[in-house]
Write a protein that binds this ligand. Structure first.
Ligand SMILES: Nc1ncnc2c1ncn2[C@@H]1O[C@H](COP(=O)(O)OP(=O)(O)OP(=O)(O)O)[C@@H](O)[C@H]1O
Length: 235
């Protein structure tokens, strides 16, 4: 589903974001990307979204060679990938329903499909009763669940979550993790960058750790504190 072949990203000031990285993520996986600040997590996510271009290497997403996509094809890539951020990024002047509906409108969905799908995803994230609220009338967890509904409403096969619990207290973070696990059980591949040690250690998903632009750990059912090195995984 997601393949990186010898991918490097060197920024114009010489900083190395990612160094000759190979990575495969298969359909339906739930993968945590961990690493200290400045290790290269955002660089990896931005490359997947084609927000930045690799200096070297090839990136294949959902059978498309992303590195070869022309600018006018980028919206099609974005349809394959839903995204949620730490700071929710909801439109403040639209209700919960309208925020989610808007994601369908911009990809040209019909009014009929919008009226059908939006209530379904709002039900899925437990927000059916908040559909008419504006973001400033919601808790942080509810705002993030709205963002999750928006990210999945177009049935994207991949969901990228960039520190989705970073602004939330522990109980609310677990609400979001439960939603993410429900979404994953529906077949969506999830790539989540996080610093949350407790979440990573509890969930026993695949953990990829990046350090100074290199993958130094890649463990199935791993934890934040596992010390096995990348090289050992392949020996
Ligand atoms: N636009 C840019 N221009 C130059 N250097 C950059 C740019 N973006 C990132 N870098 C550098 O690339 C390296 C990796 O940064 P990246 O943002 O990917 O780290 P990160 O793991 O996401 O960090 P954080 O957890 O703090 O978000 C760092 O050395 C950073 O300074």
């Amino acid at each position: 589903m997601i393949y990186l072949q010898n991918v490097s990203k060197v920024y114009s000031n010489g900083a190395v974001g990612l160094n000759n990285t190979n990575l495969s993520i298969e359909k339906g996986e739930f993968v945590f990307i961990t690493g200290n600040s400045g290790s290269g997590k955002s660089t990896l996510l931005k490359l997947l979204l084609k927000e930045i271009e690799p200096t070297h290497g090839k990136i294949i997403i959902n059978n498309k060679d992303v590195t070869k996509l022309k600018p006018k094809q980028i919206p099609y890539l974005r349809r394959d990938i839903g995204i949620v951020f730490q700071d929710f990024r909801l439109l403040p002047n639209k209700t919960v329903y309208e925020n989610v509906a808007f994601a369908m409108q911009i990809v040209g969905a019909s009014g009929r499909d919008i009226r059908k799908n939006v209530p379904i995803v709002l039900g899925l994230v437990g927000l059916a009763r908040k559909a008419r609220c504006y973001p400033n009338e919601l808790s942080g967890g509810e705002q993030q669940r709205t963002a999750l509904a928006r990210a999945i409403v177009n049935n994207s096969p991949i969901l990228i979550a960039d520190e989705p619990t970073g602004n939330l207290d522990p109980a609310t973070s677990w609400e979001i993790m439960n939603c993410l696990q429900d979404i994953n059980k529906r077949g969506v591949t999830i790539v989540m960058a996080t610093h949350e040690r407790e979440i990573v250690n509890s969930l026993k998903k695949r953990v990829i750790e990046i350090r100074e632009g290199n993958i130094v750990k890649d463990i199935q059912e791993g934890g934040y504190d596992d010390e096995m090195e990348y090289s050992q995984v392949f020996i």
